[in-house]
Design a protein around this ligand. Structure first.
Ligand SMILES: C[S@@+](CC[C@H](N)C(=O)[O-])C[C@H]1O[C@@H](n2cnc3c(N)ncnc32)[C@H](O)[C@@H]1O
Length: 269
């Protein structure tokens, strides 16, 4: 059984499987649907109780925003690399099926083992690293990658650790991959408390949120490198409006409000 932070990855798996089953969802993800089916015994009542339609939508949009970022990354750097820290049940490699670059998925050994048992299609150029992100010897596995051609994703990960620990991790990433891009998500003032209440039920406290993207970048010593905020993404991608009421749409288009909901930060190390 999964517990603590690893159990939160089940929410993301379910959200992707459900998006797959929508006739007009943001993406298709047959592998997530298959894994979700196989992983049913892991979905304890605690995991199910904290899941909601809002969480499903938020995870689906976050996934799609990052998918678009990854596609753009490999268009600019066909031989570049992608590293997913705390990958959980990420199925991005199979979902995007880009067949280029080097892909590294890193998570704790129990999660990597579980992914293996669910059956990840073997592919050259795709590696699974079974390690805590805080035990830094894993950084040497990526020694041959060029930082300027590297994108690192930390999707649903950093908020679960105190800021000091996150700063230490970022320091190590900067030492090894100075100039690489890093995308991670943050809770804003409006949804932090609700997210904390849900996460604590799985014994995985959320330690921090952000006032805005710039402030969290400067607090963490990062340079903001793009705008992946919800309001900008909503303007660029009409598909994100689906399923929202007129009021919901107008509110999310209001950039002040959407800043209060947090979102995805793109920074340069
Ligand atoms: C909310 S889940 C996010 C999963 C995935 N990124 C996604 O969005 O579907 C958090 C993930 O962080 C992983 N994790 C927790 N502590 C970790 C650590 N010290 N090192 C690496 N991964 C860790 C958990 O196992 C879990 O898979």
């Amino acid at each position: 059984m999964l517990s603590g932070i690893p159990a939160t990855s089940l929410w993301a798996l379910r959200a992707k499987a459900e998006e797959h089953s929508k006739p007009q969802g943001l993406f298709k993800d047959a592998l997530a649907a298959k894994w979700y089916h196989q992983a049913q015994p892991l979905f304890t009542p605690e995991v199910q109780e904290q899941y909601s339609r809002t969480l499903q939508k938020a995870i689906a949009v976050r996934t799609h925003i990052l998918d678009r970022l990854v596609i753009r990354h490999f268009q600019s750097h066909p031989n570049g690399s992608l590293l997913e820290l705390g990958c959980g049940f990420s199925t991005r490699f199979a979902r995007l099926n880009l067949n280029q670059g080097h892909w590294y998925d890193l998570d704790l050994p129990e999660l990597i083992e579980l992914r293996g048992s669910l059956g990840f299609p073997a592919a050259p150029l795709h590696w699974h690293i079974a390690h805590s992100v805080f035990e830094y010897e894993w950084l040497d596995y990526l020694g041959q990658e060029k930082p300027e051609e590297m994108l690192i994703l930390a999707e649903g990960l950093l908020m679960y650790f105190p800021l000091n620990q996150v700063r230490e991790l970022l320091g190590h990433l900067q030492n090894h991959f100075k100039g690489a891009h890093l995308a991670f998500d943050v809770m804003g003032q409006l949804n932090l408390k609700a997210a904390q209440r849900a996460a604590i039920e799985l014994d995985s406290p959320i330690f921090w949120g952000a006032k805005n993207m710039q402030s969290i970048c400067s607090e963490l010593g990062l340079t903001q490198a793009g705008d992946l905020s919800l309001s900008t993404q909503m303007r660029q991608e009409p598909a994100y409006h689906k399923g929202l009421s007129l009021l919901g749409r107008s509110l999310l288009n209001w950039s002040w409000l959407s800043r209060q909901l947090g979102g995805t930060v793109l920074a340069q190390l």
